[in-house]
Structures are given as C-alpha cells and as structure tokens.
Design a protein around this ligand. Structure first.
Ligand code: ZN
Length: 345
C-alpha cells in the first residue's frame, strides 16, 4: 500500500503554477494541460473529486450547507479508510459534511491563514495514509495581499509537504478545485458563468511507475481524477480516462461538462457548458430568461467572439441549437443532462 497525498489549492488558476510544476515534475509526474472543473464554485467540484459524481448526480449544484444531504455515493476517503488507510484532511471551517466523511482527523484552515498546519497533519498520520489538503492561500482574501503572493505561498507550502513523502511509495496529486477570475469577462474571484479562467485547472499527478515527465493534452476532469485514485489505490478497473491519457492514449472524453447554480450580478442563475478540445458551448438561465454562447477556442482562447452572434446557423436556442451543433445521439444525451438539472422542461 502506498500513501495518497492530495493537494488541492483552492482557486488556483491553471496559468499560475509557478515553481510547483518543477517540484512535482522532479518527482517525474505527469502534467495534464487540459484538465477541467465541473462547476465554478468549490463544493460541486470537491463533491466530484471525492465521489466521482457530477453536480447533477450529487445534487450539490452550488455551495452546500453543512447539513446538506450527502452525495449518494461513498467518498474515496470512506473507501480508503475501509481498506486500512489512515485518513486526514485539512479544510475550511464549516465545510459540508461530505468533506469529513471517512476522515479520521479533520483540521480546519482559515481563509486568512496559511496551510503550514498541513505539515503537522501529515507528520502525525501513520502510513499508509491518505491525506487531503485544501489549501486556502489563493482563495480571496488572498494570503499576503495579492493573488501573486498567495501563489508563492502555495508554492512554499506544497514543497514543504512534498518532502514528507517518499516518491516511490506515494500517489501525489496537485490541482485546484476551480480557477479564479482576475478581471476577464468582468469576473473577479469565482462564481457565475463557466468561463475558461474558472474551469480550466492545473493538474499534475505522480505515482509509482507513472510515465515520467509526460505532458498530456487530452481532456480530463475531476471525475477522471477520482477514477484514477480508485484505480491506483483501490484496484478499481483501470478504465480511467486520466490513466489512459497519461500513457499517451485518447482519454475517451470528447467533451467535459460543467453545470451548476450560482448567484451572479444579483440574480440566481443556472449554468451549463460543454467544452470540447476546440468548441465550447455555454448556457445561462435565470428568472428573466436564458442566453447561450459558442466559442472556437483554437482561434479565440480568450472567449472574446461569441459565434452565436456572428453566425446565423448557431443562433437557435437549445434544444434546437444542440441539434444543429451535435450529432443526434450526443444532443439527446446532453438534453437528458440538461433536463436532469432543470434546465429543460
Ligand atoms: Zn474553491
């Protein structure tokens, strides 16, 4: 049995990795350049990481209450604990119950604080140990007073933690739950529409025998991470999209899906997005109606040109718009998902 060291830097953007990359790549890890969140806020993303359920499956579509019903699946920590791992987590105070499920020792880290308590938690947990660190530095208000300084702090904490593990006996994961807006599309912090700055996340993973130093450009998601942990640690069937991608094969994901409920500019809205390697379709529904967008990310990575506004062919609202942009089977599956979360009657 190996250790699991799972470090989730809350709100860390994919493009602010700094020296972290070289630290874990020094462990000969695999870097995933196209990893995506499933929502724009923390709880739906952590629910997906811990249970493998998408927001419309877990029922956690936005920030959940402490006493919200748990997702209808065990967390990976419950599964690891049952198999003999010592489990510990460092997380936010008042976190929803599912964060603590299966966790022997839960310590709180305050948003204003720093995550050096992680060192004590790791050192005090016997192997085989499964440890989740939800680091708070990059979550507003930013540690040190700016996003840049917060990222530097994450870098230091992560390096210090990594030294407490043996690369030959550890599955190590470095990622974020979602990104952070620094002004793009008028977004500051994280909530609202699934713009790239909020859903594109850093992901680096290292495990004994992983393809050393490989960079994958295949689409993977939080559910992929969950499945990979179950394959590597619990011996679950290794059909993980992430493990396929790490070995240079197609991940099998043609689109990643994002959906949830958020408050945005004073109203509650539902959002959904399909993000393929090139095309991205995004929807919003609120009490005054709905809106959708369509982007060509190969030619417009900044999501500046909405093709729905320039190409008549794409101007139909869903579900008719879906039928024009996707195959019938694909559109039907998407419609089912939209229906499940109340987007379509
Ligand atoms: Zn978060």
């Amino acid at each position: 049995m190996h250790d699991l060291f799972w470090f989730v830097a809350d709100s860390l953007r994919y493009d602010h990795l700094g020296a972290i990359t070289s630290a874990i790549l020094g462990w000969k890890g695999v870097r995933f350049e196209r990893a995506f969140a499933v929502a724009t806020t923390s709880d739906p993303n952590f629910a997906a990481l811990l249970t493998g359920l998408m927001p419309w499956e877990s029922g956690i579509l936005s920030q959940a209450d402490w006493d919200a019903p748990p997702p209808a699946a065990p967390t990976v920590f419950e599964e690891l604990k049952a198999q003999g791992w010592a489990t510990a987590a460092l997380g936010f105070p008042n976190a929803s119950g599912f964060y603590r499920a299966g966790v022997d020792r839960y310590e709180e880290v305050y948003i204003e604080g720093e995550s050096y308590d992680a060192l004590k938690l790791i050192a005090g947990t016997p192997s085989p140990r499964a440890i989740l660190i939800r680091a708070a530095e990059c979550h507003a208000p930013y540690y040190g007073g700016s996003y840049y300084q917060a990222c530097q702090a994450i870098d230091h904490v992560f390096h210090a933690c990594l030294r407490l593990f043996d690369p030959d006996k550890t599955v190590a994961i470095f990622q974020s739950d979602h990104g952070e807006g620094l002004g793009e599309h008028g977004v500051m912090e994280h909530s609202g529409l699934p713009w790239e700055c909020l859903i594109h996340v850093p992901l680096i993973m290292s495990w004994p025998g992983c393809p050393a130093g490989y960079t994958s450009y295949e689409l993977v998601s939080h559910v992929s991470v969950h499945n990979a942990i179950r394959s590597l640690s619990l011996g679950a069937p290794s059909d993980s999209s992430l493990l396929k991608a790490a070995h240079g094969r197609p991940s099998g994901l043609e689109v990643t899906r994002v959906g949830g409920v958020a408050s945005y500019e004073g109203h509650i809205m539902r959002y959904y997005a399909l993000r393929g390697p090139r095309w991205k379709r995004m929807w919003e529904w609120n009490d005054t109606g709905g809106k959708s967008w369509f982007f060509d990310l190969w030619n417009d990575p900044g999501e500046l040109t909405d093709l729905l506004r320039v190409a008549e062919d794409y101007s139909e609202p869903p579900p008719a718009g879906l039928r024009s942009a996707y195959s019938e089977d694909e559109a039907r599956e998407i419609e089912d998902k939209l229906h499940a979360v109340g987007y379509l009657d």
